[in-house]
Design a protein around this ligand. Structure first.
Ligand SMILES: *Cc1c(COP(=O)(O)O)cnc(C)c1O
Length: 397
């Protein structure tokens, strides 16, 4: 099949896409319309926790699809009860609200914090977020995001999101006033280029929140569900947040997200929050299957072993080419290059033959790696070898 045989004009234009139509995937591999295979280190944007078309997920989807797909969120269903129990059991949170995307879960977190401010803090509503942070593409979450210009793009947007700097506690403290209700951040800024918040910063934020009676919200849409080597990234900072959001990895590729909160923060009244698809048993059943795979003995140990291998391999490449090192947590990592050839490397990687390689450059001088959490040692070696050749090739040209 030739790409020119597809008519893509009925799709709304929202981004530039390569002339590829993916037709199947298996584990760390994708296959396009022409039968070419690609080693995938993007994995649906850090979404496919268990790789493409994981058998556990297929089984959960098939079995649940024969039982019940959607009784409506006005009734209880079994998979959502089971998944909520697993998530609260594995974290410091007491209750879960399920959603369909990270943006929607974060909208819920913002609403919950504002409601808590109405009930407990005389209507305080401001949520301090971080410059370069990313929280989604709804109006409120675009305003909460710290991407330059995003608070004005579809003006008027939602006000009340003053911006601080990650790893600069003083910049947060300066913004606190009597209208402040919460501090919200990603434990590792993903879209900004894999920038971890330090343990000291996370602990400092918790202390600051306690001193000023603020909620501490972690957006773990990208970092949660084992991505950083523990089930949730906040656990590595020894802090107890009040609210957490999850998406991406929680569904392993299907639309599933969650808003979790400690009991004392669960202040929604009936009618405050909802959504037709929320907590539907079909997606929740997949979430249970994904969770159980992550919680299986040895799984997280292997994530950490692969993370170490990836980190060391990237460091070696950095040394070889005079780059600026690598950073990240677990299997969310970035190679920091000395020049802006990220996009050229991404394109050359895709065009490799016979097998292509899928990488991501969130910034010109950065390559981001977000493989499946069950990526094999051999697949990481293959990627590192290919990357070595690609860097040499692009820099020679
Ligand atoms: C991807 C992402 C979001 C948005 O999630 P969607 O499912 O795309 O709405 C929010 N926060 C973080 C940290 C993300 O990485």
């Amino acid at each position: 099949m030739e790409f020119s045989q597809f008519n893509t004009n009925a799709l709304m234009e929202i981004t530039s896409r390569p002339d590829l139509v993916f037709v199947r995937g298996q584990g760390s591999w994708l296959e396009d319309h022409a039968g070419k295979r690609y080693l995938d280190f993007v994995q649906g944007w850090a979404v496919n926790t268990l790789g493409h078309c994981a058998p556990e997920m297929q089984k959960a989807l098939l079995e649940q699809s024969k039982l019940l797909m959607n009784p409506s969120p006005a009734f209880y269903n079994l998979p959502s009860i089971e998944l909520a129990e697993r998530l609260t059991g594995a974290s410091v949170f007491d209750r879960v609200f399920f959603a369909n995307s990270g943006g929607e879960a974060n909208e819920g977190a913002i609403k919950l914090a504002r409601k808590w401010g109405q009930v407990n803090k005389k209507g305080a509503y401001k949520i301090i977020t971080m410059n370069h942070g990313f929280h989604g593409r709804t109006l409120a979450t675009m305003s909460a995001s710290g991407k330059p210009g995003w608070d004005k793009m579809f003006a008027p947007q939602v006000e009340g999101f003053p911006k601080a700097e990650i790893n600069d506690l003083e910049s947060v403290r300066k913004l606190i006033d009597d209208q402040t209700v919460a501090i919200m951040l990603e434990p590792v800024q993903g879209e900004a280029g894999v920038i971890p918040a330090s343990k000291e910063f996370m602990q400092g934020l918790r202390k600051l929140a306690d001193e000023h009676k603020l909620l501490f919200i972690v957006d773990e849409v990208q970092t949660g569900m084992g991505r950083t080597g523990t089930m949730f990234a906040y656990q590595q900072s020894d802090v107890v947040p009040d609210i957490m959001t999850l998406a991406k990895g929680i569904g392993g590729g299907v639309p599933l997200a969650a808003l979790l909160a400690r009991q004392e923060v669960c202040v929604f009244s009936h009618g405050d929050q909802g959504g037709t698809y929320n907590g539907n048993p079909l997606m929740a059943a997949v979430g249970v299957a994904v969770f159980d795979a992550l919680a299986a003995p040895g799984f997280m140990e292997s994530v950490n072993a692969r993370a170490k291998q990836l980190s060391e391999g990237l460091l070696a490449l950095s040394a070889k080419y005079g780059m600026k090192g690598e950073r990240g947590m677990g299997l969310l990592r970035a190679l920091v290059m000395d020049r802006d050839d990220g996009p050229a490397i991404v394109e050359a990687a895709r065009n490799l033959s016979p097998n292509g390689l899928l990488l991501n450059a969130p910034r010109g001088n950065l390559l981001r790696f977000m493989p499946a959490l069950n990526v094999t040692a051999e697949e990481i070696d293959t990627m590192l070898t290919q990357l070595d050749g690609l860097i040499a090739q692009v820099r020679k040209a």
